[in-house]
Write a protein that binds this ligand. Structure first.
Ligand code: TXA
Ligand code: MG
Length: 339
């Protein structure tokens, strides 16, 4: 797709706007095998036709993503997405019924029609029905599912606005479909069924407690990194803010921070951002009123803002370890991990 005016040719091509709200235009680019960043309620995804291997390969190239990493298939309904899976465990059917559309991804046995590039050669595939109205309308227009990882370069924080995507991947994709800021702000919760046992692979936008209430029992949680992670969200170092990050349980050590540091807090009252002139610190509050929903929504934007400044150090106070707080703390721990 020509995007730059060609002066040498003596005339201008129109410069298509990279960021658009035109859902039909996005569908057209996807049908032609292009790459479109799409809004979802969790984070923005980098989407292409999941059944077209050449289109899927563009995702890996744009993200700089190791190709062993499997992608999530997105569709507009459970019925449409289950057409690509087999052997549905009863617990998966139950979770799908209660949680879709929404921030839940299920890892299920795949049908052979799903390209190996999407599933990274695994016999399973991750599937999700997003809730965002723009994503749903787009999927309704298409006769294929969309493969989409989060629309960030590998290892970086996931984007929660169209502008975040433009900043990091703008020169590598055909179109960014703008659906406003993501309402949830954390990636989906991923549940797999190894040996039929519901197991959380990634804590995310749907609290584990909600899933446990639905299923009526505690869930196995297997989110830790290994040399062969099944989910890169499982890599211990991910979501890097580009500056050494300390994790605290309270603010007692604030006086030990060197000047030109950042503090990420929660429930401090007052404003979302303030400058502590005396200590020469910038203080970012994920939610001054102490709302975990708001903190989830703000987290990746704040990590991005911190990464943009030239701070010497940063420290984050862990949030309460319940509900969305578990996923927020998981992301903070990975952002703080040294390797
Ligand atoms: O909220 C979300 O899930 C967003 C939006 C765009 O839907 N997507 C997202 O995709 O976060 P991504 O690629 O950044 O993370 C998907 C995770 C990866 O960690 C991947 O390894 C895991 O899902 N995954 C995919 N297929 C899998 C499989 N068959 N078994 C285990 N993990 C799988
Ligand atoms: Mg990701």
């Amino acid at each position: 797709m020509a995007r730059r005016p060609s002066l040498a040719a003596g005339y201008f091509f129109a410069l298509p706007a990279l960021i658009t709200t035109d859902i039909a235009a996005a569908a057209e680019v996807l049908r032609a095998g292009g790459l479109v960043a799409i809004p979802t309620e969790t984070v923005y995804g980098l989407a292409s036709n999941a059944l077209n291997e050449a289109a899927v390969a563009k995702i890996f190239a744009a993200k700089n993503r190791p190709s062993f990493d499997p992608l999530i298939l997105h569709q507009s309904s459970a019925a449409r997405i289950f057409a690509f899976t087999t052997d549905l465990p009863p617990a998966a059917a139950q979770l799908a019924e209660h949680c879709w559309p929404g921030p839940l991804t299920l890892v299920l046995n795949k049908q052979t029609v799903v390209p190996d590039l999407v599933s990274a050669g695994l016999t399973t595939v991750a599937v999700r029905v997003p809730q965002h109205p723009v994503a749903r309308q787009l999927l309704e227009l298409l006769d294929f599912p969309l493969a989409a990882p989060s629309a960030n370069p590998f290892g970086y924080v996931s984007p929660t606005t169209a502008q975040h995507v433009a900043d990091q991947l703008g020169d590598r994709i055909d179109l960014i479909l703008d659906g406003g800021p993501c309402q949830i702000g954390l990636e989906s919760t991923i549940v797999g069924f190894p040996d039929g046992v519901p197991t959380v692979y990634r804590k995310g936008g749907l609290p584990v407690e909600t899933l446990e209430q639905l299923l009526g029992h505690p869930l196995a949680i297997r989110t830790h990194s290994s040399s062969q992670p099944t989910a890169p969200g499982m890599l211990s170092r991910h979501y890097s803010p580009g500056v050494p990050l300390d994790l605290w349980t309270d603010l007692k050590k604030v006086n030990e921070l060197p000047p030109h540091s950042a503090v990420i807090g929660f429930g401090l009252g007052g404003t979302h951002y303030r400058r502590d002139a005396e200590r020469q610190l910038d203080v970012y509050d994920l939610s001054p009123t102490g709302s975990l929903e708001e903190a989830a929504q703000q987290l990746f934007s704040v990590l991005r803002q911190v990464a943009k400044q030239d701070y010497v150090r940063a420290a984050a106070v862990l949030v309460p370890e319940r509900g969305l707080g578990r996923a927020i703390n998981d992301r903070l721990r990975r952002a703080a991990a040294e390797e």
